[in-house]
Design a protein around this ligand. Structure first.
Ligand code: G4P
Length: 281
């Protein structure tokens, strides 16, 4: 994230998204498939209010597929449309357009019934927290590279519609919303997945969180990656074991905990421990 979110920024971001909502038929709410709840904006329901909405679990290529399936079922049970996508490769993107069309069918049928022979294309807005993949998805849908405007609310430029086939038009600037800061665990999950900058939270604290999480949910992958015979209960011991195995040492041969933290987080973010999901049902 490139900016600090102060109450003033949040109010402004909310205002800007609310303005954009007036122009559109449907909202694509982008979340990170690895943390589909922690990467949601806390006020999203209030902000989007009555507009039809589809939740897109982006970066599904990095998330644990079994857990992603559970989340899709979880949303479906609440009559919420949710689709797993990968904006980089384009997986799931066709499905998202098809689901949007289906969702808006009644509205467009009404327009036809009123005598509008050729209803216009559906108009959509992508919203989400920074780094969730909004620009990547817009570029994927546009089929070309559109410059990123930056994560700064208030940076305005003339808005344009991007045509996606005949049936969909997309606002070329996404709605940028802030994540949930108040909850400590949410903060660690956002940091672990790289959604927020490493300077915001203490790196060793984030790595402690991540290693504890892996010990509980993915112990075999942790053992395999760092050639551990078993996982010590004591977290300092675990840092020591990984540090010694991977040569994260400071002068005098003592384990450098910052280096261990950096290594583990880099490994997680580059999928060296496989596909991981941190929000669990
Ligand atoms: P934003 O507009 O919401 O702020 O996010 P942006 O599209 O800039 O994406 C943030 C990072 O997430 C980018 O990586 C992007 O490539 C990556 N990303 C987006 N969607 C997906 C996806 O579906 N799967 C995977 N694996 N990655 C995705 P980056 O490291 O910041 O930049 P770069 O590597 O693309 O240069």
């Amino acid at each position: 994230m490139t900016i600090q979110w102060f109450p003033g920024h949040m109010a402004k971001a909310k205002r800007e998204v609310t303005e954009k909502l007036k122009l559109i038929d449907i909202v694509f709410e982008l979340v990170d498939a690895r943390i589909p709840i922690s990467s949601r904006n806390p006020l999203i329901d209030e902000i989007v209010a009555n507009k039809p909405r589809i939740i897109l679990l982006n970066k599904a290529d990095m998330a644990d597929p079994d857990v992603t399936k559970q989340w899709i079922d979880f949303f479906a049970a609440q009559q919420i449309d949710a689709i797993a996508i990968d904006s980089q490769s384009g997986t799931g993107v066709k499905q998202m357009v098809a689901v949007a069309k289906e969702k808006l069918r009644p509205k467009f049928e009404k327009m036809i019934a009123k005598g509008i022979k050729r209803p216009r294309a559906m108009r959509a807005l992508i919203v989400g927290i920074p780094n969730v993949g909004k620009s990547t998805l817009i570029n994927r849908l546009a089929g070309k590279h559109i410059a990123k405007t930056g994560d700064t609310p208030g940076v305005t430029k003339a808005q344009q519609w991007i045509k996606v086939g005949k049936e969909l038009e997309l606002l070329d600037t996404p709605g940028i919303l802030w994540p949930k800061f108040e909850d400590e665990e949410v903060g660690y999950k956002l940091a672990t997945t790289g959604a927020i900058k490493d300077t915001i939270l203490n790196l060793q604290d984030v790595a402690v969180y991540a290693l504890r999480f892996l010990s509980t949910h993915y112990p075999d992958r942790l053992k395999e990656r760092y050639a551990l015979a078993d996982i010590p209960e004591d977290i300092v011991q675990l840092f020591d074991d990984i540090g010694k195995k991977r040569g994260c040492l400071a002068a005098g041969g003592v384990v450098d905990y910052d280096k261990v933290a950096e290594l583990v987080l880099r490994d997680i973010r580059t999928e060296k421990l496989g596909r991981l999901s941190f929000d669990r049902l």
